[in-house]
Design a protein around this ligand. Structure first.
Ligand code: S3P
Length: 438
């Protein structure tokens, strides 16, 4: 456990570059590991979650080598030819690695056991166990459908049409990945659109997908027994990591910061829409395409924010950004209301309860509801801060980084109980933060 107190350190200025997108990084290693031949990845996020995916893909027979900073070479094992892992697949803190790899293995004749840290071992896996069981895989999970969990894949698996009961890109991706090695067409019906990196990237690796609409719902069909070919992937910067610096620059007086190479896929960029709606000055410079994803540099200037009612329809496109939005709301003028956030309760921590406690502890006025928070902002005045009563981050990287940003605008600073989890998604966070605030 390493405690740290974040305090005001002057405006954020200059330029910085956030690491590669976590969702795209996981998928690049998995899909390259399934293709026959060699793929190269540049801009890979070298955070612990992604390294857990790399280690697991190696255990399944892929040859994966780091060639330089963010530069990786993958020689795939081939779809249908994955090896049975010798030991347990250790997934650390990473829900994405676990759920997507359960999908991958569900249609291979393989038995594997998944384990994780205390946070991951409390998270629900039935959301993937249910559809993958319908496809023929079998599972022995710990009580309540949690890790450790043993999976026995089916060969051949059976294709299904699956309508997502929760808006989850992880569940969608698990079913589509199982469909890759399943005869026929496996379909996922998405009542609410979630991040679409799996669909975009699998097409690049040569899979055949049909994306259509039925009664206002998105339908994605994947043709099974696919032939995946290698593909070089350039990973754009992670908008979820950029969000911490966007909010920091909006809140700290005098800031004028350029964040380079930020992925702006519309299924991910909801936080920018909401912060602009609150009065945030966020300008897109040099919009371009990187690795099939829209990207721009963002110029962010200190702004007076106003509280708003956040439209529940935007939730899936910013599901990971609510902790830091709550911080922005705590400094806005007036009240910010958020609803439809039930999914936040089953992330790396219960992000509604944990952020309510953390912000209240720092002096903010917060009301916790079942499905969201109502936050009465200070109108730009600093919060009191936590002094020496550390924020409990519950092994949740995004809680730690969000409250770090709150510390920059709190009179007594904000102490975090443990900064170690930050390395799961953003190993350079502390370094970039001290470099930007000069
Ligand atoms: C992710 C999907 C989201 C998100 C997670 C990454 C992905 O989870 O919270 O950080 O890469 O597919 P859900 O799909 O479960 O909402």
């Amino acid at each position: 456990m390493s405690k740290y107190t974040f305090t005001s350190d002057g405006p954020l200025t200059g330029r910085l570059r956030v690491p590669g997108d976590k969702s795209i990084s996981h998928r690049s290693l998995m899909f390259a590991g399934l293709a026959v031949g060699e793929s190269r990845i540049t801009g890979l996020l070298e955070g612990e979650d992604v390294l857990a995916t790399a280690a697991a893909m190696r255990q399944l027979g892929a040859d994966i080598e780091r060639e330089g900073e963010g530069a990786w070479r993958v020689h795939g094992a081939g779809l249908g030819s994955l090896l049975e892992p010798r030991g347990a697949l250790e997934m650390g803190n990473s829900g994405t690695s676990t759920r997507l790899m359960m999908g991958l293995l569900a249609s291979h004749p393989i038995t594997a056991t998944f384990t994780g840290d205390a946070s991951l071992s409390g998270r629900p896996m039935n959301r993937v166990i249910d559809p993958l069981s319908q496809m023929g895989a079998s599972f022995e999970a710990s009580s309540g459908g949690t890790l450790p969990c043993m999976l026995r894949g089916a060969a051949p698996a059976v294709p299904i049409n699956y309508r997502l009961p929760v808006a989850s890109a992880q569940v969608k991706s698990a079913v589509l990945l199982a469909g890759l090695n399943t005869p026929g067409i496996t379909r996922v019906i998405e009542p609410v659109v979630t991040r679409d990196h799996t669909e975009r990237m699998l097409t690049g690796f040569g899979a055949i997908l049909e994306v259509g609409e039925d009664n206002g719902e998105r339908v994605i069909g994947i043709h099974g027994e696919a032939d995946l070919r290698p593909c070089d992937v350039i990973v754009p910067g992670d908008p979820s990591s950029a969000a911490f610096f966007i909010v920091a620059a909006l809140l700290v007086p005098g800031s004028d910061l350029v964040i380079e190479n930020v992925g702006l896929n519309p299924t991910r960029a909801g936080i920018i829409t909401v912060l602009r709606h609150m009065g945030g000055s966020i300008e897109e410079l040099d919009p371009r395409e990187v690795g099939g994803e829209p990207v721009a540099d963002l110029r962010v200037r200190h702004s007076a924010l106003t509280g708003i009612d956040v439209d529940p329809a935007i939730v899936p496109s910013m599901v990971d950004e609510f902790p830091v939005l709550f911080v922005a709301a705590a400094f806005a003028k007036g009240t910010t209301r958020t609803t439809a956030l039930e999914e936040l309760r089953v992330k790396e921590s219960d992000r509604i309860a944990v952020m309510a406690a953390a912000l209240t502890g720092a002096g903010a006025r917060v009301t916790e509801n079942e499905d969201g928070l109502e936050i009465e902002g200070t109108g730009g005045e600093p919060l009191r801060g936590t002094g020496n009563a550390p924020v409990a981050t519950h092994l949740d990287h995004r809680i730690a980084m969000s409250m770090a940003i709150a510390g920059l605008v709190s009179a007594n600073g904000v102490q975090i109980d443990d900064t170690a989890p930050i390395a799961t998604s953003f190993p350079t966070f502390m370094e970039l933060l001290s470099g930007a605030a000069v």
